[in-house]
Design a protein around this ligand. Sequence first.
Ligand code: PEP
Ligand code: MG
Length: 756
Amino acid sequence: MRDMAAGPRVLLKRLRELMAEALAPQERLDRIVHDIAQNMVAEVCSLYVLRADSVLELYATEGLKRESVHLAQLRLGQGLVGTIAASARALNLSEAQQHPAFAYLPETGEEIYSSFLGVPVLRAGRTLGVLVVQNRTKRQYRDDEVEALETAAMVIAEMIAAGELAHLTRPGLELDLRRPASFTGISFNDGIGLGHVVLHEPRIVVTNLFNEDSDEEMRRLEQALGSLRLSIDDMLSRRDVAFEGEHRAVLEAYRMFANDQGWVRRLEEAVRNGLTAEAAVEKVQSDMRARMLHMTDPYLRERMSDFDDLANRLLRMLMGRGPDDVAAALPKDAIIVARSMGAAELLDYPREKLRGLVLEDGTVTSHVVIVARAVGIPVAGQVKGAVSMSENGDAIIVDGDEGTIHLRPQSDLEAAYAEKVRFRARRQELYRELRNKPSVSRDGVGIDLMMNAGLAVDLPQLAESGAAGIGLFRTELQFMVASTFPRAEAQEGLYRDVLDAAKGKPVTFRTIDIGGDKILPYFKNLAHEENPALGWRAIRLTLDRPGLLRTQIRALLKAAGGRELRLMLPMVTVLSEVAQAREIIDKEVRHLSRFAHHLPTSLKLGAMLEVPALLWQLDELMKAVDFVSVGSNDLFQFVMAADRGNTQLADRFDTLSVPFLRVLKQVADAGIRNHTPVTLCGELAGRPISAMALIGLGYRSISMSPASIGPVKAMLAELPVGELTKFFEENLAGHAANLPMRALLQAFADDRGIPL
Ligand code: PEP
Ligand code: MG
């Protein structure tokens, strides 16, 4: 029987020799096309390379007229070559002239050739060019020949990516690989960042392409596939909370894919053709990614991303890599580009080197974004294509104001952004000047602008931002970044540091809010929940595990000895939860006083308003607590029945729409009626336009990320609160639930020169 793989293997061997020889780039290309033609018994072999102006230029040919090299060109989408580049798919035709896309290039003399096989030159899912073979006779190229040409194309792709062809380009006609590219997503955190790409999951660069012994290589591949499957099975068999819910569904999909016969067959074929196992993974994945780029179905795209992750895992196994020690190799102006990311993973990067974050997924209220905001870096989210279009070390600009990124920007754009950064620095200077000024409106209404925090790294911001205090201290962050439950002493130590740093300014500690999307990997025995956001979380969980709550409360009481302690409870739904928590607190107070501990001078207990059920027991609630804090992130998701972490819903409903503003007003009114202080500590407080709305609705204390204090204070200084209150009286109580409130508020501000 004929060994189908012999041809490709011989070809690869030849290419390997050619790559190793010291040749000028054009000569190397000429030899490559010559050898491919010879190996495939083709009369023609040509290479077209995609330029940044979307033109495919003939870079080398065997068989066509030599003088047409660097002159013959086709636009993307034009002719057979342009069609292959645009679709990233091979074309295999026995009568090329009959194909509707056929375009005749007289300068090449190709009219005498009938059969045609063209494959895209791909790297990381991007098309860099097209490789073609042609024959006079009518023939259909066999599958193993298609495979051989694709493999040769991969070698050429590496050559292009390594910059070897750069010397062959004419001035002004750069290759597509270095083309500047811009992508627009959503603004997750304002600010401008200029720096260099750091791929959060670095794409592994395969340098060893050709195998010496395919049997041995096949064994390596089988072994790696085996370990990959085992590692997934192992993760699935652990009934670990981190692998429940969506995470589990992803793993189930991985398991299915790791056993996918088509995928495995393609990998094996590539190895049989002479590639190393690593190069085979890279090649199969590159073909898939290219097809994914043209797929519109979100479900299929998502599944393709699963394959992407899986391929990366497999590469790591083959190359024996552990998690990289990124910190050491990080550029000093790192912009992290990731598909998605956990909050703790962001904290693994040294803060002083971070200049921005780009996510393909995520939402404004996801926890990694909350952490990024605390760190004070610009974030663009839902930037589709960001990962596959970036390479480690590429220059990049993140425009957090617009939610846009610019990869490999041209110098004029870079200069414009540098100017923007300088402008912002001047504005920051203005905010710094405002820092120690009282936060009052134009008409003299004082507003407490507080900041949100959760980790020790946030504390210096208290002085830097000029916040009036900490309106929300998310105590669960300490738990989330730890690998085991923080001990009582560690908790007490952090709380004491926070109060010391506050220097008498008020601090509101929230008891731990875990469950839902805040998962502690070490907290075992949590059952799988269909709807974790509506599940066993926050105060529900801590009341059922009173040991956890007791330890925390004791730590807080001790840390606040001799000072005021403000405590609030997350996700309160019924008043009995407040009563139960109060009982635990009282018991702890009694316990500590029995042992003559220094107790807080006063203790204020508040409830977070996040569950809509509280809206119908507002008066009773306000009598049962010392203050109420609206958690607008959760309240909005429950009022609108729209998961705060669901990317598809991120833009669907407006936080400044009439229904939600009415809810917020109802709470503010109840506070006034009951003489109970009401504050708001969700992300809503941090944008000047929504902060303005809140003040107009009657809120006199709001808590936000520290970077927002300056812009909100600047807005406040120009705001006539009385006029805005009247505006709401006229527009909110009426009949028009669909009034475009955001636009009206913007107009209100524009008319009065209020900076938003
Ligand atoms: C909220 O829900 O608005 C809130 C402040 O809490 P978290 O974002 O931590 O859930
Ligand atoms: Mg919440």
